[in-house]
Design a binder for this molecule. Structure first.
Ligand code: ZN
Length: 184
């Protein structure tokens, strides 16, 4: 069994307060298509979304990044067509707030996947070298098979993107796929 984990594909991370910009806009159609594909097959889809409180003195990201994905703001809305597919398939998509880079940190993601017999996680979203990377590392440590959709992840920096893809493949044993087909 497999699950699609959509990481932080929100307005703030695409073109809002902490934007990846063009590379993130460029994956909109592919992320939306993968969500639709997984929903139609009846496979698990989890929408994992960063949440912060503004100027939280206890949060380590407060000193690292501009405020982003603040609770109750439209910056936490899913971006573009992904918002649309979420709205139309809400009953089959699980929304999960997270407060750290990894989707597994402080959430019930691992329990949810294990209880459904899911052993393979498909990772998409942003940022390739931050939240996708940290989620992949934790998935690796927890023993999941990892598939990263190269055409559905993006980040601020092209070099960091390429480095992260190499790391997924060479150090985490992930399959890197484009249009669902392995790239190596
Ligand atoms: Zn954050």
């Amino acid at each position: 069994m497999k699950a699609l984990i959509v990481i932080d594909y929100t307005v703030d991370f695409v073109n809002g307060k902490l934007p990846c910009g063009d590379p993130a806009i460029a994956i909109e159609n592919r992320v939306a298509a993968l969500v639709t594909e997984f929903v139609q097959r009846g496979d698990e889809v989890v929408m994992v979304v960063d949440v912060h409180d503004e100027h939280d003195p206890y949060h380590p990201e407060t000193n690292l990044f501009p405020p982003h994905n603040i609770r109750g703001t439209s910056g936490r809305d899913l971006y573009g067509k992904v918002m649309h597919v979420y709205e139309t398939s809400k009953a089959q998509i699980y929304w999960m707030d997270k407060t750290r880079y990894s989707a597994f940190c402080g959430t019930d993601l691992d329990l949810r996947l294990r209880s459904r017999g899911i052993t393979e996680v498909h990772l998409v979203g942003v940022c390739t070298d931050i939240c996708v990377l940290h989620t992949a590392v934790e998935a690796y440590n927890l023993g999941y098979k990892i598939v990263v959709h190269e055409d559905a992840v993006a980040t601020f920096n092209g070099q960091a993107h390429e480095w992260a893809l190499q790391h997924f493949r060479n150090s985490l044993g992930a399959s890197i796929v484009r249009q669902g087909v392995a790239t190596v």
